[in-house]
Ligand binder design. Structure first.
Ligand code: AP5
Ligand code: MG
Length: 217
């Protein structure tokens, strides 16, 4: 059982860490960014609306985001818990989440903040490549795909919002709208800050250690 929020700036490694944590704890990985990208790919009304904001590096409006998360949290597979990746990102989203959990008599176990300096984030986002087929995430320098294609054989593409100027806008949105959540969750006694520098395995160990300490407190 684990109800976890993974928080951190664009490119910090939330998605990378969420994949392993979801497997270890046996709970679903819920990424609002992935849900919006799936809606864009499907060409749905939600996708059309979300795309305008995503391509500009802005946040999708709170009501829209809260709507899809409430729906997702009502699915049966979250009974054992969840790893939320990239949600909440604003104070209204965080209070909306608290409300939804309270209605079901549930609580978060922890909020893990993956901390990475801005200069490194730009490198991580701009060099990221994603498999069109299986969604696996690579990095041209830090986690290069063998032979230039995904291990499943799928074609690798760059996310539309991973161009340098859009990454800078996403970073300012993070600093202005999402960073205030640090204080919000610290005051609830839920915040665990983890150094996100070093390779994915080193970061994973730090996250796991921090969660171990939080479970035994
Ligand atoms: P979203 O998809 O959530 O993007 P993000 O938060 O900007 O984060 P990223 O997915 O870019 O980075 P990540 O932390 O997952 O890093 P990753 O593991 O891939 O959101 C996209 C957009 O959707 C938003 O801009 C917004 O418009 C909208 N949206 C989503 N949620 C919303 C919400 N709640 N409210 C409103 N709008 C919302 O790693 C990055 C790269 O680095 C990869 O190439 C990886 O291989 C590499 N890497 C990972 N870890 C390491 C490491 N330790 N060392 C070296 N390289 C590493
Ligand atoms: Mg991600």
């Amino acid at each position: 059982m684990m109800r976890l929020v993974l928080m951190g700036p664009p490119g910090a490694g939330k998605g990378t860490q969420a994949v392993g944590l979801s497997r270890e704890y046996g709970v679903p990985h819920i990424s609002t960014g992935d849900m919006f990208r799936a809606a864009v790919a499907a060409g749905s009304q939600l996708g059309l609306e979300a795309r305008r904001y995503m391509d500009a590096g802005d946040l999708v409006p709170d009501e829209v985001t809260l709507g899809i998360v409430r729906e997702r949290l009502a699915q049966p597979d979250v009974a054992s818990g969840f790893i939320l990746d990239g949600f909440p990102r604003t104070i209204p989203q965080a209070s909306g989440l608290q409300e939804a959990l309270r209605d079901s008599n549930l609580q978060l176990d922890a909020v893990v903040l993956i901390d990475v300096p801005d200069a490194e984030l730009v490198k991580r986002a701009v060099g990221r490549r994603v498999c069109r087929e299986c969604g696996r995430v690579w990095h041209v320098e830090f986690n290069p795909p063998p032979g230039g294609a995904c291990s499943c054989g799928g074609e690798l593409i760059q996310r539309d919002d991973d161009r340098a100027e859009t990454v800078m806008k996403r970073l300012s949105a993070y600093h202005e709208q999402t960073e205030p959540l640090k204080g919000y969750y610290a005051s609830l006694g839920l915040l665990l800050s983890v150094d996100g520098m070093g390779g994915p395995e080193a970061v994973h160990r730090r996250v796991f250690d921090a969660l171990g300490r939080c479970n035994s407190r």
